[in-house]
Design a binder for this molecule. Sequence first.
Ligand code: AVJ
Ligand code: FE
Length: 439
Amino acid sequence: PEPVAEEDFRQRAVDALLTARERTRALTTCVDEPELTAQHSPLMSPLVWDLAHIGNQEEQWLLRAVGGREALRPEIDSVYDAFEHPRAARPALPLLPPAEAHGYAAEVRERVLDVLHATPLRGAPLVEAGFAFGMIAQHEQQHDETMLITHQLRRGPAALTAPEPPPAGPDAAGLPAEVFVEGGPFTMGTSTEPWALDNERPAHRRLVPSFFIDTLPVSNGAYLRFIEDGGYDDARWWHPRGWEQVRRHGLVAPLFWRREGTTWLRRRFGVVEPVPPDEPVLHVGWYEAAAYAAWAGRRLPSEAEWEKAARHDPASGRSRRYPWGDADPTPERANLGQRHLRPAPVGAYPAGASPLGVRQLIGDVWEWTSSDFLPYPGFRAFPYREYSEVFFGDTCKVLRGGSFAVDPVACRGTFRNWDLPVRRQIFAGFRTARDAEPR
Ligand code: AVJ
Ligand code: FE
């Protein structure tokens, strides 16, 4: 890709911050004030906490650290410190009321735009290519996804609406079930993507033996066959801790699903509807994804396999930014940015396919991988340990590819997300893989 001029980075930063704030406003003005301060689920913060936390992170990083400006509201830092207070405890904190939280975020933003125009976007790593501004735009968009999860968990009539996603491509029915990815090394991670976060760095060579991966994400229809075959009643398919979750909580289907007679219904943003068989399965935890794969005689792809399928171009031998190449996402390539409030049917977005024909790797649903969230060789925490480093270990599994709820600024072939294997409220599904040669 061509080198980008400093002024272009400044414009990108302005656009990314603006786009994020538009979404934040939509998510926090579509319900009334009591709904903003209520806790809709012990798993989530009140929406008004996310709102002021967004402003507070922006104040700390862009006003204070980058701008060297005087603190606006230093006394609230601790209230909005995610490590000091678990989500379940946040409703009891002395939170800024909704109008004040909106005002605070807006006031920070006004000053930040000042800082942005006064700061050279080169020199120190924090400002190089506008990194800190891109990081904060990504942070806000990540909380916009978190707030969308809160909206999904919330009871009551729909507060959000969006147009339907596009249908499956005309060729969808004829696609092969899986594609073969030739063994060999590829470049994983990045050292050049300017706004890549610390855990995506550095680029390094990874040897990946030959494997097969699903052309499409696993659909509700396919997942239903696992359910109807007694998948949730058969310990054979489950990791011991997954089986424990199934038994303790009486799991029988993905979160938000309910059987009525012979049909399965789901609740989606306040509307109850029949489960669409051709849509990627959503709201399954890692244990469910792994159990389905075992039942199907397959397995989850490793994180390296997923990234190789998404980025490696066999023709050039190069790793690209996205499955379709180096160009940014567009509405023709991927279901991102909360444009639609659901995944598109499996087989949609032919323009977003990888060179080998793998579809919907980016957007629609986060995809569980078999891998623990670990640092790449040469990892350095930047700019703070609490973003990635404190989560490395064997407690979280990696998710890849982003969902319909993720903005393009926080989604690319190298982007890494992670969560506990029991998590089901996130917008996650999966695809499966298998070894090319029996091990
Ligand atoms: C990367 C999505 C796991 O939401 O916990 C937001 C992102 N980090 N604020 C999260 C994040 C700090 C993070 N995930
Ligand atoms: Fe945060």
